[in-house]
Ligand binder design. Structure first.
Ligand code: DAT
Ligand code: MG
Length: 150
């Protein structure tokens, strides 16, 4: 089944938005299979954002993500990657629709509160990068048949 990585970035943790962000995804019906509050090392930040290396915003992005604790969450479920991206909204909060996390709580692109994996392959890879196998739990939420048709 699809897996995806959600990061609640330092600004969202500092602003007390952990709960509302988790709730939005949880209520959508995805199954949380791993979660941890952690400080991001420079090495992990650079690996995670390697695709953006050399871009003008790269140094600030690494500084931002390593500046204070983040919450990393692995989610599983049908269409998990697209669902989390939809809940988060567009990268630039002023372009994100109202009703999305970024559209409701964000303003600057460099303080956009969250990260969500952007493809099925990256979802698998990012969950592996951020979690060890024994940090991921195999369980079933009750009533998943009322969320997923198959
Ligand atoms: P997303 O986080 O929506 O997947 P992305 O992968 O293109 O967006 O970029 C990663 C992060 O880098 C993004 O959350 C915020 C920052 N960023 C992206 N484009 C930016 C820009 N033009 N100026 C400043 N920061 C930017
Ligand atoms: Mg991205």
């Amino acid at each position: 089944m699809e897996r995806t990585l959600l990061l609640i970035k330092p600004d969202a943790v500092q602003r007390g938005l952990m709960g509302v962000i988790i709730s939005r995804v949880e209520q959508r019906g995805l199954r949380m299979i791993g979660m941890k509050l952690m400080r991001v090392s420079r090495t992990l930040a650079e690996t995670h954002y390697s695709i953006h290396q050399g871009k003008p915003f790269y140094d600030k992005l690494i500084g931002y993500i390593t500046s204070a604790p983040v919450v990393a969450i692995a989610w599983q479920g049908n269409r998990a990657v697209a669902v989390v991206r939809q809940v988060l909204g567009a990268t630039d909060p002023t372009a994100a629709s109202p009703g999305t996390v970024r559209g409701d709580y964000g303003i600057d692109i460099g303080r956009n509160l969250t990260h969500g994996s952007d493809s099925i392959e990256n979802g698998q890879a990012e969950v592996k990068l951020w979690f060890t196998a024994d940090e991921l739990l195999d369980w079933e939420r009750i009533g998943e048949e009322w969320v997923f048709e198959t």
